[in-house]
Design a protein around this ligand. Structure first.
Ligand code: SAM
Length: 429
């Protein structure tokens, strides 16, 4: 059992925990604390320079503390980090924490950031991944408790699009026979959803008839693919309207398979993509663009009117194939897509000819190798979209000698969580 201390919460750290100082002077991170709270905290972990604690009692509640409206959050659901203060506070505190982390890690002082909030906040997620577990003969579907693999069951997630909750409730019983599973639900267009279910330990053959019956009865679930260890089956129709995934699909009526990367916030993807397109169009109109981590072309097709040529590089072969097919069908002959592992040192170099603009949207791990290559090239501008302020800060260390940070914008693609998307525009010194 750890020591117990009273701690006044001073702020919010990047990552969402509340921050305070112990009597020893050590920093303490406290999940679900609110700036201004006085908390009685038990230390669950103690290191030389920092500690973690859990709240035993809110001795004095901050004026910003609110009763969480999400019932699953009150039961410990770790799908979200923030329901215990208002959204306006969340937006201000988490963007400030992200700015502080980025500046500290990169050693660059930024111009005042712009902050774009989520609207709507609730019902906005276009994809959600639920976990299913059986315990004492009861099947729970929900999200992990923070820091554990215990599933907190949810009837309907308030952050998910309405059809995600409706679809899940319509086929829940059919999926229950699969036992331990990960259920990814994606909007497919027209108020319907598709699902990709991974049940590696399950006897999926035995559950097939139940899944088929559930999908046949459901008005919301178009199709489901179930993947076990070594076997898989598909039920129904799995096409996702391209407009659900891509901000500017080049052809009408195109369909895609589920399961690939897609931005999580329904309303904000268009804003994010327009921001990237305008950053390129207003500064470097008609330039050659090399886009790293392009997925199926979410930014690429929107950039088409403002570039002379675009080469999209992406690690997932299926995404590249989709992007190529759409470019061909849409007559976008100046867009090219290649499979490349951009975590490999020098991987981008053969695509850089000189004088181009680089657009990046890497996964959480960042793009340090790409940034090293870009720093050593004569690329004129970089638009870097990141979902991890810490990694972005690290990568900006590579670029800061050669580039000026022109603008920083936080876009809240993940309301109620500690995550925030950041768009940084850099131009050559
Ligand atoms: C944050 S997503 C961005 C995708 C796209 N920009 C979009 O908006 O849909 C990151 C992308 O990086 C790709 N990726 C992950 N690791 C990679 C690697 N080592 N090399 C190249 N691409 C990678 C993923 O497949 C994913 O499509």
């Amino acid at each position: 059992m750890g020591r117990v201390e009273e701690v006044r919460v001073e702020g919010l750290a990047n990552g969402g925990d509340a921050l305070g100082t112990l009597r020893s002077g050590k920093v303490v991170f406290i999940p679900r604390g609110v700036p201004g709270d006085l908390l009685r905290v038990r230390l669950t972990r103690e290191k030389k320079r920092w500690a973690r604690g859990e709240i035993l009692e809110v001795v004095e509640a901050s004026e910003h503390r609110r009763e969480a409206r999400c019932e699953a959050f009150r039961r410990g659901c770790g799908g979200c980090d923030f329901w215990h203060f208002d959204y306006e506070r969340e937006l201000a505190w988490k963007s400030e924490a992200a700015r502080e982390a980025m500046e500290r890690i990169s050693g660059v002082e930024f111009p005042a950031p712009r902050v774009v909030g989520a609207s709507p906040v609730e019902g906005s997620r276009s994809r959600s991944t639920f976990h299913q577990r059986r315990r004492d003969q009861v099947v729970q579907v929900g999200f992990f408790e923070a820091g554990s693999h215990r599933v907190v069951g949810v009837d309907a997630c308030p952050m998910a699009a309405e059809e995600i909750n409706r679809g899940l409730s319509e086929v829940r019983e059919g999926l229950a026979l699969l036992g331990k599973a990960e259920i990814r639900v994606e909007t497919a267009g027209g108020g319907q959803v598709v699902m990709v279910v991974d049940a590696p330990g399950g006897r999926i053959g035995a559950a097939r008839a139940a899944v088929e019956r559930a999908v046949a009865r459901s008005e919301t679930v178009k199709g489901v693919v179930v993947r076990g260890s070594g076997e898989s089956f598909r039920v129904g129709e799995l096409g996702v309207e391209a407009g659900e995934v891509l901000a500017a699909p080049p052809v009408e009526g195109a369909r895609m398979e589920p399961g690939g990367f897609r931005q999580a916030h329904r309303g904000l993807n268009g804003r994010l993509v327009a921001m990237v397109r305008d950053a390129v169009g207003e500064r470097w109109d008609r330039s050659r663009v090399v886009e790293g981590f392009c997925g199926a072309g979410n930014f690429s097709f929107a950039l088409a009117p403002v570039v002379s040529e675009l080469v999209g590089l992406e690690g997932a072969r299926e995404a590249v194939e989709v992007a190529r097919r759409l470019a061909e069908d849409g007559g976008a002959e100046h867009l090219h897509f290649e499979v490349a592992d951009l975590f490999e040192a020098g991987a981008i170099e053969s695509y850089l000819r000189g004088g181009e603009v680089v657009v990046l949207d890497p996964p959480r791990a960042g793009a340090v190798e790409v940034c090293r290559s870009v720093a050593a090239s004569d690329v004129v501008g970089v638009v870097y979209v990141s979902c991890d302020p810490g990694c972005l800060g690290r990568d900006l260390r590579e670029l800061k000698e050669g580039f000026i940070v022109e603008s920083v914008t936080f876009v809240d693609m993940f309301p109620r969580t500690s995550h925030v998307e950041t768009v940084v525009v850099l131009s050559r010194r």
